[in-house]
Design a protein around this ligand. Structure first.
Ligand code: PLP
Length: 416
Protein backbone atom coordinates (compact mmCIF):
# COMPACT_ATOMS: atom_id res chain seq x y z
CA UNK A 1 0.00 0.00 0.00
CA UNK A 2 1.06 3.62 -0.33
CA UNK A 3 0.72 6.80 1.70
CA UNK A 4 -2.46 8.34 0.33
CA UNK A 5 -1.94 11.63 2.16
CA UNK A 6 1.43 12.03 0.48
CA UNK A 7 -0.12 11.21 -2.90
CA UNK A 8 -2.82 13.83 -2.36
CA UNK A 9 -0.21 16.57 -2.11
CA UNK A 10 0.58 16.00 -5.80
CA UNK A 11 -2.96 17.10 -6.79
CA UNK A 12 -3.39 20.89 -6.45
CA UNK A 13 -7.18 20.77 -6.84
CA UNK A 14 -7.61 18.51 -3.81
CA UNK A 15 -6.87 21.43 -1.49
CA UNK A 16 -9.75 23.41 -3.02
CA UNK A 17 -12.83 24.40 -1.09
CA UNK A 18 -16.35 24.15 -2.49
CA UNK A 19 -18.74 26.62 -0.84
CA UNK A 20 -16.31 26.87 2.09
CA UNK A 21 -16.09 23.06 2.55
CA UNK A 22 -13.05 20.94 1.62
CA UNK A 23 -13.56 19.26 -1.74
CA UNK A 24 -14.29 15.53 -1.53
CA UNK A 25 -14.06 14.39 -5.11
CA UNK A 26 -16.04 11.19 -5.66
CA UNK A 27 -16.83 11.57 -9.35
CA UNK A 28 -13.78 9.85 -10.76
CA UNK A 29 -15.64 7.66 -13.23
CA UNK A 30 -16.61 10.89 -15.03
CA UNK A 31 -13.13 12.33 -15.03
CA UNK A 32 -10.11 12.20 -12.74
CA UNK A 33 -8.09 15.00 -11.22
CA UNK A 34 -4.57 15.74 -12.45
CA UNK A 35 -1.28 15.65 -10.56
CA UNK A 36 1.17 18.55 -10.75
CA UNK A 37 3.53 16.53 -13.00
CA UNK A 38 0.80 16.14 -15.62
CA UNK A 39 -0.14 19.81 -15.49
CA UNK A 40 3.54 20.75 -15.73
CA UNK A 41 4.12 18.46 -18.73
CA UNK A 42 1.35 20.28 -20.60
CA UNK A 43 2.57 23.78 -19.74
CA UNK A 44 6.24 22.81 -20.28
CA UNK A 45 5.36 21.75 -23.80
CA UNK A 46 3.88 25.15 -24.62
CA UNK A 47 6.57 27.06 -22.73
CA UNK A 48 9.56 25.29 -24.14
CA UNK A 49 8.97 23.05 -27.13
CA UNK A 50 5.85 23.89 -29.11
CA UNK A 51 6.23 22.88 -32.76
CA UNK A 52 4.29 20.55 -35.01
CA UNK A 53 4.95 16.81 -35.18
CA UNK A 54 6.60 14.81 -37.94
CA UNK A 55 7.11 17.92 -40.04
CA UNK A 56 9.88 20.32 -40.74
CA UNK A 57 13.54 20.29 -39.87
CA UNK A 58 13.91 22.74 -37.02
CA UNK A 59 14.71 21.95 -33.42
CA UNK A 60 11.24 22.63 -32.01
CA UNK A 61 9.51 20.27 -34.40
CA UNK A 62 12.10 17.58 -33.69
CA UNK A 63 11.57 18.00 -29.94
CA UNK A 64 7.80 17.94 -30.40
CA UNK A 65 8.01 14.73 -32.41
CA UNK A 66 10.24 13.13 -29.78
CA UNK A 67 7.82 14.13 -26.97
CA UNK A 68 4.85 12.75 -28.90
CA UNK A 69 6.53 9.46 -29.79
CA UNK A 70 7.86 9.00 -26.25
CA UNK A 71 4.28 9.39 -25.03
CA UNK A 72 3.20 6.66 -27.43
CA UNK A 73 5.93 4.35 -26.09
CA UNK A 74 4.91 5.09 -22.47
CA UNK A 75 1.29 4.17 -23.20
CA UNK A 76 2.33 1.02 -25.09
CA UNK A 77 4.46 -0.09 -22.12
CA UNK A 78 1.64 0.67 -19.67
CA UNK A 79 -0.87 -1.60 -21.42
CA UNK A 80 1.61 -4.30 -22.46
CA UNK A 81 1.37 -3.67 -26.21
CA UNK A 82 3.96 -5.51 -28.30
CA UNK A 83 5.15 -2.24 -29.90
CA UNK A 84 4.34 1.45 -29.82
CA UNK A 85 2.95 1.31 -33.38
CA UNK A 86 -0.05 -0.48 -31.88
CA UNK A 87 -1.03 2.70 -30.00
CA UNK A 88 -3.14 5.19 -31.95
CA UNK A 89 -3.81 8.52 -30.27
CA UNK A 90 -7.39 9.74 -30.54
CA UNK A 91 -9.40 12.50 -28.90
CA UNK A 92 -11.00 10.17 -26.33
CA UNK A 93 -12.43 6.66 -25.95
CA UNK A 94 -15.48 7.61 -27.98
CA UNK A 95 -13.36 8.52 -30.99
CA UNK A 96 -11.34 5.32 -30.59
CA UNK A 97 -14.59 3.31 -30.73
CA UNK A 98 -15.61 5.13 -33.90
CA UNK A 99 -12.23 4.39 -35.42
CA UNK A 100 -12.88 0.66 -35.03
CA UNK A 101 -16.47 0.97 -36.23
CA UNK A 102 -15.70 2.91 -39.40
CA UNK A 103 -12.21 1.76 -40.32
CA UNK A 104 -12.46 -1.90 -39.35
CA UNK A 105 -16.09 -2.95 -39.11
CA UNK A 106 -17.65 -0.97 -41.96
CA UNK A 107 -15.96 -3.07 -44.66
CA UNK A 108 -16.24 -6.36 -42.82
CA UNK A 109 -19.80 -6.37 -41.49
CA UNK A 110 -22.50 -6.86 -44.10
CA UNK A 111 -26.15 -7.82 -44.42
CA UNK A 112 -27.15 -10.52 -41.96
CA UNK A 113 -23.84 -10.41 -40.08
CA UNK A 114 -23.86 -10.13 -36.30
CA UNK A 115 -22.06 -8.05 -33.69
CA UNK A 116 -22.28 -9.17 -30.09
CA UNK A 117 -22.26 -6.52 -27.36
CA UNK A 118 -23.88 -6.13 -23.98
CA UNK A 119 -26.76 -4.49 -22.24
CA UNK A 120 -24.34 -2.65 -19.93
CA UNK A 121 -22.48 -0.73 -22.65
CA UNK A 122 -21.90 2.99 -22.26
CA UNK A 123 -23.80 4.77 -25.07
CA UNK A 124 -20.37 5.41 -26.65
CA UNK A 125 -19.99 1.69 -27.30
CA UNK A 126 -23.61 1.15 -28.30
CA UNK A 127 -24.86 3.97 -30.50
CA UNK A 128 -22.01 3.75 -33.09
CA UNK A 129 -22.79 0.03 -33.50
CA UNK A 130 -26.51 0.75 -33.81
CA UNK A 131 -25.82 3.22 -36.62
CA UNK A 132 -23.42 0.83 -38.32
CA UNK A 133 -25.81 -2.11 -38.01
CA UNK A 134 -28.65 -0.07 -39.50
CA UNK A 135 -26.57 1.11 -42.43
CA UNK A 136 -24.97 -2.29 -43.10
CA UNK A 137 -28.21 -4.23 -42.41
CA UNK A 138 -26.40 -6.19 -39.74
CA UNK A 139 -27.76 -7.42 -36.43
CA UNK A 140 -26.76 -6.51 -32.89
CA UNK A 141 -27.04 -9.28 -30.31
CA UNK A 142 -27.11 -8.25 -26.68
CA UNK A 143 -25.61 -10.08 -23.75
CA UNK A 144 -27.82 -9.57 -20.70
CA UNK A 145 -26.73 -9.31 -17.08
CA UNK A 146 -25.33 -12.59 -15.82
CA UNK A 147 -24.74 -13.89 -12.30
CA UNK A 148 -23.60 -11.16 -9.86
CA UNK A 149 -24.49 -8.70 -12.64
CA UNK A 150 -21.33 -9.49 -14.60
CA UNK A 151 -21.38 -10.67 -18.21
CA UNK A 152 -21.62 -14.44 -18.55
CA UNK A 153 -19.16 -16.38 -20.75
CA UNK A 154 -21.75 -19.15 -21.22
CA UNK A 155 -24.16 -16.65 -22.71
CA UNK A 156 -21.44 -15.46 -25.05
CA UNK A 157 -20.89 -19.06 -26.21
CA UNK A 158 -24.62 -19.34 -26.84
CA UNK A 159 -24.90 -16.10 -28.84
CA UNK A 160 -21.96 -16.73 -31.18
CA UNK A 161 -22.88 -18.05 -34.63
CA UNK A 162 -21.02 -18.37 -37.91
CA UNK A 163 -22.32 -14.86 -38.74
CA UNK A 164 -20.64 -13.23 -35.70
CA UNK A 165 -18.10 -10.73 -36.98
CA UNK A 166 -17.17 -8.94 -33.74
CA UNK A 167 -17.51 -9.30 -29.98
CA UNK A 168 -17.37 -6.03 -28.05
CA UNK A 169 -18.01 -5.26 -24.39
CA UNK A 170 -17.26 -2.91 -21.56
CA UNK A 171 -14.42 -4.25 -19.40
CA UNK A 172 -15.61 -2.41 -16.27
CA UNK A 173 -19.11 -0.98 -16.15
CA UNK A 174 -19.22 2.75 -15.43
CA UNK A 175 -22.58 2.24 -13.72
CA UNK A 176 -22.27 -1.07 -11.85
CA UNK A 177 -18.51 -1.13 -11.37
CA UNK A 178 -18.46 -4.85 -12.26
CA UNK A 179 -15.27 -6.24 -13.73
CA UNK A 180 -16.28 -8.43 -16.65
CA UNK A 181 -14.39 -11.67 -17.41
CA UNK A 182 -12.49 -10.15 -20.31
CA UNK A 183 -9.82 -12.85 -20.59
CA UNK A 184 -12.44 -15.59 -20.83
CA UNK A 185 -14.41 -13.60 -23.39
CA UNK A 186 -11.31 -13.12 -25.52
CA UNK A 187 -10.42 -16.81 -25.31
CA UNK A 188 -13.93 -17.85 -26.38
CA UNK A 189 -14.00 -15.46 -29.34
CA UNK A 190 -10.45 -16.32 -30.33
CA UNK A 191 -11.24 -20.06 -30.53
CA UNK A 192 -13.83 -19.12 -33.18
CA UNK A 193 -11.53 -16.64 -34.93
CA UNK A 194 -13.72 -13.66 -33.99
CA UNK A 195 -12.03 -10.33 -33.19
CA UNK A 196 -12.66 -8.73 -29.80
CA UNK A 197 -12.90 -5.02 -29.08
CA UNK A 198 -12.87 -3.96 -25.41
CA UNK A 199 -14.09 -0.66 -24.01
CA UNK A 200 -11.44 -0.10 -21.37
CA UNK A 201 -12.47 3.43 -20.36
CA UNK A 202 -13.14 2.33 -16.77
CA UNK A 203 -10.63 -0.52 -16.47
CA UNK A 204 -7.31 0.91 -17.69
CA UNK A 205 -7.33 3.71 -15.04
CA UNK A 206 -8.19 1.41 -12.14
CA UNK A 207 -6.96 -2.18 -12.55
CA UNK A 208 -3.88 -3.72 -14.16
CA UNK A 209 -4.66 -4.17 -17.87
CA UNK A 210 -2.27 -6.03 -20.16
CA UNK A 211 -3.46 -6.43 -23.73
CA UNK A 212 -1.08 -9.32 -24.41
CA UNK A 213 -2.48 -11.24 -21.46
CA UNK A 214 -6.08 -10.33 -22.34
CA UNK A 215 -5.62 -11.38 -25.96
CA UNK A 216 -7.92 -8.69 -27.35
CA UNK A 217 -7.66 -7.22 -30.84
CA UNK A 218 -8.66 -3.68 -29.88
CA UNK A 219 -8.92 -1.68 -26.64
CA UNK A 220 -10.17 1.90 -26.26
CA UNK A 221 -9.67 4.28 -23.33
CA UNK A 222 -9.51 7.97 -22.40
CA UNK A 223 -6.59 9.86 -20.90
CA UNK A 224 -8.74 12.15 -18.76
CA UNK A 225 -10.07 9.30 -16.61
CA UNK A 226 -6.54 8.13 -15.71
CA UNK A 227 -5.00 11.36 -14.36
CA UNK A 228 -4.21 12.62 -17.88
CA UNK A 229 -5.40 15.74 -19.68
CA UNK A 230 -8.76 16.09 -21.37
CA UNK A 231 -8.38 15.81 -25.15
CA UNK A 232 -6.35 12.65 -25.67
CA UNK A 233 -7.50 9.05 -25.84
CA UNK A 234 -6.09 5.79 -27.11
CA UNK A 235 -6.98 2.99 -29.45
CA UNK A 236 -4.81 -0.06 -29.01
CA UNK A 237 -4.98 -2.36 -32.04
CA UNK A 238 -3.00 -5.51 -32.84
CA UNK A 239 -0.62 -4.62 -35.64
CA UNK A 240 -2.08 -7.04 -38.18
CA UNK A 241 -5.56 -5.65 -37.55
CA UNK A 242 -4.43 -2.04 -37.92
CA UNK A 243 -2.41 -2.85 -41.05
CA UNK A 244 -5.52 -4.22 -42.74
CA UNK A 245 -7.70 -1.18 -41.95
CA UNK A 246 -8.65 1.72 -44.16
CA UNK A 247 -8.01 5.28 -42.90
CA UNK A 248 -10.42 7.01 -40.53
CA UNK A 249 -10.05 10.78 -41.00
CA UNK A 250 -8.00 11.92 -43.99
CA UNK A 251 -5.54 14.79 -44.42
CA UNK A 252 -2.05 15.74 -43.31
CA UNK A 253 0.18 13.15 -41.70
CA UNK A 254 -1.82 10.08 -42.72
CA UNK A 255 -0.74 9.93 -46.37
CA UNK A 256 2.23 8.48 -48.20
CA UNK A 257 1.88 9.94 -51.72
CA UNK A 258 -0.86 12.16 -53.11
CA UNK A 259 -1.68 12.89 -56.73
CA UNK A 260 -4.66 14.64 -58.26
CA UNK A 261 -6.27 11.24 -58.71
CA UNK A 262 -5.80 9.82 -55.26
CA UNK A 263 -3.49 8.93 -52.41
CA UNK A 264 -1.63 6.09 -50.78
CA UNK A 265 -1.55 5.95 -47.04
CA UNK A 266 1.05 6.12 -44.33
CA UNK A 267 2.11 3.22 -42.11
CA UNK A 268 0.34 2.49 -38.83
CA UNK A 269 -0.32 4.19 -36.48
CA UNK A 270 0.08 7.44 -38.50
CA UNK A 271 -2.54 6.33 -41.02
CA UNK A 272 -5.13 6.90 -38.30
CA UNK A 273 -3.84 10.23 -36.99
CA UNK A 274 -4.82 12.81 -39.61
CA UNK A 275 -4.07 16.44 -38.83
CA UNK A 276 -2.15 17.98 -35.95
CA UNK A 277 -2.50 15.77 -32.87
CA UNK A 278 -2.88 16.83 -29.23
CA UNK A 279 0.85 16.72 -28.47
CA UNK A 280 0.73 18.59 -25.15
CA UNK A 281 -2.06 16.33 -23.93
CA UNK A 282 -0.14 13.24 -25.04
CA UNK A 283 2.87 14.53 -23.05
CA UNK A 284 0.56 14.93 -20.05
CA UNK A 285 -0.79 11.41 -20.54
CA UNK A 286 2.75 10.04 -20.52
CA UNK A 287 3.29 11.70 -17.13
CA UNK A 288 -0.01 10.24 -15.90
CA UNK A 289 1.21 6.81 -16.93
CA UNK A 290 4.49 7.37 -15.06
CA UNK A 291 2.56 8.46 -11.97
CA UNK A 292 0.41 5.31 -12.07
CA UNK A 293 3.41 3.09 -12.72
CA UNK A 294 5.24 4.56 -9.76
CA UNK A 295 2.38 3.69 -7.42
CA UNK A 296 1.74 0.40 -9.21
CA UNK A 297 -1.63 -0.59 -10.63
CA UNK A 298 -1.89 -3.52 -8.19
CA UNK A 299 -1.65 -0.99 -5.35
CA UNK A 300 -4.20 1.33 -6.97
CA UNK A 301 -6.55 -1.63 -7.24
CA UNK A 302 -5.99 -2.70 -3.61
CA UNK A 303 -6.52 0.84 -2.32
CA UNK A 304 -9.78 1.27 -4.22
CA UNK A 305 -11.01 -2.16 -3.21
CA UNK A 306 -10.51 -1.27 0.46
CA UNK A 307 -12.44 2.01 0.04
CA UNK A 308 -15.20 0.18 -1.82
CA UNK A 309 -15.51 -2.48 0.88
CA UNK A 310 -15.72 0.24 3.55
CA UNK A 311 -18.40 2.14 1.62
CA UNK A 312 -20.47 -0.92 0.71
CA UNK A 313 -20.53 -2.21 4.28
CA UNK A 314 -21.68 1.15 5.63
CA UNK A 315 -24.21 1.76 2.84
CA UNK A 316 -25.74 -1.66 3.53
CA UNK A 317 -26.62 -0.44 7.02
CA UNK A 318 -28.46 2.72 5.93
CA UNK A 319 -32.22 2.32 5.67
CA UNK A 320 -33.63 3.07 2.23
CA UNK A 321 -30.32 2.75 0.36
CA UNK A 322 -30.19 0.27 -2.53
CA UNK A 323 -26.84 -0.41 -4.13
CA UNK A 324 -26.54 -1.81 -7.66
CA UNK A 325 -23.89 -4.29 -8.78
CA UNK A 326 -22.21 -7.15 -6.92
CA UNK A 327 -21.91 -7.15 -3.11
CA UNK A 328 -18.37 -8.51 -3.26
CA UNK A 329 -15.78 -5.71 -3.72
CA UNK A 330 -13.44 -8.25 -5.35
CA UNK A 331 -15.83 -8.36 -8.33
CA UNK A 332 -16.00 -4.62 -8.85
CA UNK A 333 -14.03 -1.40 -8.94
CA UNK A 334 -14.74 1.68 -6.83
CA UNK A 335 -17.83 2.69 -8.80
CA UNK A 336 -20.96 2.51 -6.64
CA UNK A 337 -24.36 3.37 -8.06
CA UNK A 338 -27.16 3.62 -5.54
CA UNK A 339 -30.53 5.10 -4.76
CA UNK A 340 -32.04 6.45 -1.58
CA UNK A 341 -35.74 5.58 -1.46
CA UNK A 342 -37.96 8.61 -2.05
CA UNK A 343 -35.06 10.90 -2.95
CA UNK A 344 -34.31 12.05 -6.44
CA UNK A 345 -30.60 11.35 -7.23
CA UNK A 346 -30.03 14.90 -8.51
CA UNK A 347 -31.40 16.36 -5.27
CA UNK A 348 -29.07 14.09 -3.31
CA UNK A 349 -26.19 15.20 -5.53
CA UNK A 350 -26.97 18.86 -4.87
CA UNK A 351 -27.20 18.24 -1.13
CA UNK A 352 -23.79 16.51 -1.14
CA UNK A 353 -22.31 19.30 -3.27
CA UNK A 354 -23.44 21.81 -0.66
CA UNK A 355 -21.14 19.91 1.74
CA UNK A 356 -18.23 19.83 -0.73
CA UNK A 357 -18.80 16.25 -1.91
CA UNK A 358 -18.85 15.79 -5.70
CA UNK A 359 -20.83 12.80 -6.98
CA UNK A 360 -22.70 12.03 -10.20
CA UNK A 361 -26.45 11.64 -10.67
CA UNK A 362 -28.29 10.48 -13.76
CA UNK A 363 -28.32 7.60 -16.22
CA UNK A 364 -24.52 7.55 -16.66
CA UNK A 365 -24.96 7.13 -20.43
CA UNK A 366 -26.29 3.60 -19.85
CA UNK A 367 -30.02 3.91 -20.44
CA UNK A 368 -30.55 0.29 -21.63
CA UNK A 369 -28.84 -1.00 -18.47
CA UNK A 370 -30.96 1.15 -16.19
CA UNK A 371 -34.07 0.02 -18.05
CA UNK A 372 -33.05 -3.60 -17.43
CA UNK A 373 -32.68 -2.75 -13.73
CA UNK A 374 -36.12 -1.10 -13.74
CA UNK A 375 -34.85 2.39 -12.88
CA UNK A 376 -34.21 5.65 -14.72
CA UNK A 377 -31.40 7.21 -12.67
CA UNK A 378 -29.00 6.59 -9.81
CA UNK A 379 -26.61 8.53 -7.65
CA UNK A 380 -23.03 7.34 -8.15
CA UNK A 381 -19.82 7.68 -6.18
CA UNK A 382 -16.56 6.56 -7.74
CA UNK A 383 -13.19 6.40 -5.99
CA UNK A 384 -9.64 6.83 -7.17
CA UNK A 385 -6.16 6.43 -5.80
CA UNK A 386 -6.24 9.76 -3.93
CA UNK A 387 -9.47 9.19 -1.99
CA UNK A 388 -9.16 8.43 1.71
CA UNK A 389 -11.11 6.28 4.19
CA UNK A 390 -11.99 9.54 5.98
CA UNK A 391 -13.61 10.86 2.81
CA UNK A 392 -15.64 7.67 2.52
CA UNK A 393 -16.73 8.07 6.14
CA UNK A 394 -17.68 11.70 5.57
CA UNK A 395 -19.80 10.74 2.57
CA UNK A 396 -21.45 7.96 4.60
CA UNK A 397 -22.23 10.37 7.45
CA UNK A 398 -23.91 12.73 4.97
CA UNK A 399 -25.82 9.85 3.40
CA UNK A 400 -27.06 8.90 6.87
CA UNK A 401 -28.16 12.49 7.43
CA UNK A 402 -29.89 12.46 4.06
CA UNK A 403 -31.70 9.23 4.86
CA UNK A 404 -33.04 10.73 8.08
CA UNK A 405 -34.25 13.92 6.46
CA UNK A 406 -38.05 14.06 6.00
CA UNK A 407 -38.95 13.25 2.41
CA UNK A 408 -41.10 16.40 1.76
CA UNK A 409 -37.91 18.46 2.22
CA UNK A 410 -36.35 16.51 -0.64
CA UNK A 411 -39.28 17.24 -2.92
CA UNK A 412 -38.75 20.95 -2.31
CA UNK A 413 -35.02 20.57 -2.99
CA UNK A 414 -35.77 18.74 -6.24
CA UNK A 415 -37.88 21.74 -7.29
CA UNK A 416 -41.10 19.78 -7.43
C1 PLP B 1 -17.38 2.72 -19.99
C2 PLP B 1 -17.18 3.98 -20.76
N1 PLP B 1 -16.98 3.92 -22.08
C3 PLP B 1 -16.79 5.03 -22.81
C4 PLP B 1 -16.80 6.26 -22.23
C5 PLP B 1 -16.58 7.47 -23.08
O1 PLP B 1 -15.44 8.15 -22.69
P1 PLP B 1 -15.13 9.59 -23.33
O2 PLP B 1 -16.29 10.46 -23.01
O3 PLP B 1 -13.88 10.02 -22.66
O4 PLP B 1 -14.96 9.37 -24.79
C6 PLP B 1 -17.02 6.39 -20.86
C7 PLP B 1 -17.10 7.71 -20.21
O5 PLP B 1 -17.68 7.88 -19.18
C8 PLP B 1 -17.20 5.21 -20.10
O6 PLP B 1 -17.41 5.26 -18.78
Amino acid sequence: MYDVNKIRKSFPILSRKIGGEPLVYLDNASTSQKPETVIRAVTDFYRGHCGNVHRGVHTLTEETTAIYEEARSAVARFIGAAESAEVVFTKNATEAIHLVAWSWAWERVGEGDEIILSEMEHHSNLVPWQILARERRAKLKMLGLGPEETLDPHELERLITERTKLVTFVHVSNTLGVINPAEEFCAIARRRGIPVFIDGAQSVPHIPVDVSRLGCDFLAFSGHKMLGPVGVGVLYGRRERLEAMRPFLAGGGMIDRVSEEGATFNAVPYRFEAGTPAVADAAGLAEAVRFLEEIGMENVRRHEEALTRRALEAMGRIRGVSVYGPDDPALRTGVISFNLAGVEPHALGRFLDSKGVAIRAGDHCTQPLLRALGITATARVSFYLYNTPEEVDFFIALLEQAAERPRPEWSRLAGR
